[in-house]
Design a binder for this molecule. Sequence first.
Ligand SMILES: Cc1cc2nc3c(=O)[nH]c(=O)nc-3n(C[C@H](O)[C@H](O)[C@H](O)COP(=O)(O)OP(=O)(O)OC[C@H]3O[C@@H](n4cnc5c(N)ncnc54)[C@H](O)[C@@H]3O)c2cc1C
Length: 418
Amino acid sequence: MTDTLVLGAGMVGVSTALALQESGHQVTLLDHKAPGRETSYGNAGFIQTEAVEPYPFPRSLREILSVVFKRGNDVDWRMRDIGHLAWPLWRYFSQSAPAPYARTVAAYSKLVLRASDDHARFIVPAGADDLIVRQGWRAVYRTPEKFEAAAIRAERLKLDYGVPSDVLGADELALREPGLRRRLAGAVHWTSPWTCLNPGELVARYASLFVKRGGTLVSADAMSLQQHGSGWRVQSAEGTMTAQNAVVCLGPWSPALLKRFGYRVPMVFKRGYHRHFAGKDGPQISTLDIENSTVIAPMNRGWRVLTGAHMAPPGTAPATRQILRSVEAAHELFSLGEPIEDTPWSGYRPCMPDMLPVVGPGRHKGLWFHFGHGHQGFTLGPTTALLLAEQMNGVGTNPLALPLLPLARDWALGHAKA
Ligand SMILES: Cc1cc2nc3c(=O)[nH]c(=O)nc-3n(C[C@H](O)[C@H](O)[C@H](O)COP(=O)(O)OP(=O)(O)OC[C@H]3O[C@@H](n4cnc5c(N)ncnc54)[C@H](O)[C@@H]3O)c2cc1C
C-alpha cells in the first residue's frame, strides 16, 4: 500500500508529489493524460513574485458596469451562463470587500514572495534551467493616465512588500524594445519574476524528477476514487491502487470529483485563451498590454498571445471575442507573423472566491485538498505543496489552513461526514 495518492499531474499535483516524496511519503501520482498537458501547459509561464495582491472582484459601480457591458477586453461572459456563475461570483464579490481582501493579501503576499525560491529547489535537480528566463516581465501602458497610476502603484508595492520594479518612460521603453511598432506612454518592468519558455515541459521535467527519485506515475481516472477501509483507492491502468491519503490536485476538475463526496465547491472558472505566432519581431521579454488585457510571451513554440478572463462554466463552447481582440492588440504592438495553430487553446483558471488556494484536509479521513490557485497556480504550485506536506506530516504552520478562514471556507468544513 502506497502512503499517498496524488490525483492530477499539473503544476500543483506534480509539486505535491515531489514535496511529499521529499518528506518521506511513498507517493503514487496519477493523471489520465501526460503531466502538464492542461492548464499548466497553456498559461503565460510567469513565476510571479510581484503578484502580491490577487485580482479582487470589482467593487466600484464604474468597474462593475464596465464588466456588465463588456467595455474592456479583461472580462467576457454570457447571459446563458449566469445561473452557474451567480453563487460563486456573489461570494467572490463579498470576499473582495476591504476587510476580507486585506486578510487574503496578508496570506497571499507571503506565499508569492517565496515562490521562485521554492521553484529553484526543483528546477536545478530537474535539469530545467534552460526553460527559465530571469529577466522579469513588463506591463506596458498606452495612455499617460494609466501609466502614471501604474508607476504610483509600483512604488507602493516596493515600499510595502519590497517588490522591485523599474519605471520606464516612452523613450526608454522604445530603446529596450526595438521591435515596438508604436510609441507607448511607458512601462513598469517587474524585475524579480521569472518566466518559463515552455510551462508544460517544466511540469513534465518535475514529473521525471519525481519518477527518478523513486515515485510512481500511473495513468488513471481520478473519478474512480472511492473510500476503502480507512483509506482510499482508484482504478489505474496497472490495477487497483490503495493508499491512506488521497490529495485532490485536479485544478478546475476538483469540484466535479468532490461533488461525489458531498462538497459543493464555489469555484469561479476564469477561462483563458492563447495562440502562438511564428514571426521574428516580438518583445524581448514577456509583455502585458494592460489596456487590452493581452500578454505576449516569448516561448519555445513562438510568441504566445494570451487573454484575460472569460467567466464560463466548464463544458461551454469557446468564445472568440477576447482572443480576436488580443491578437489584434498584439499585432498593433509587434510584428508577430502568422498563427501556428489552426484554433486557439483554452483552459480554466481555477479561482476561489477568497482568492486563496485551498490547501488542507477535507471532512473525510485521509482526504486532502490542494487546488484553486487561480491566476497564479504555475507560480505557487511548489510553495503550497511544501506547506501541504508540512501540514500532512504535522509540522509547521499552514497560513491557509481551513479553520483560519471559516467564513470563506464553510463549504469545506461543514459537519464531519466520514
Ligand atoms: C490563459 C492563462 C494564463 C495563465 N498564466 C499564468 C501565469 O503566467 N502564471 C501563473 O502562475 N499562473 C498562470 N495561470 C494559472 C495557472 O495556469 C493555473 O493556476 C495552474 O496551471 C493550475 O494548475 P493545476 O495543477 O491546479 O491544474 P492543471 O494544470 O489543470 O492540472 C490538473 C490535472 O488534472 C488532470 N485531470 C483532470 N481530470 C482528471 C481525471 N478525471 N482523471 C485523472 N486526471 C485528471 C488533468 O489532466 C491535469 O493534468 C494562467 C492560466 C490561464 C488559463
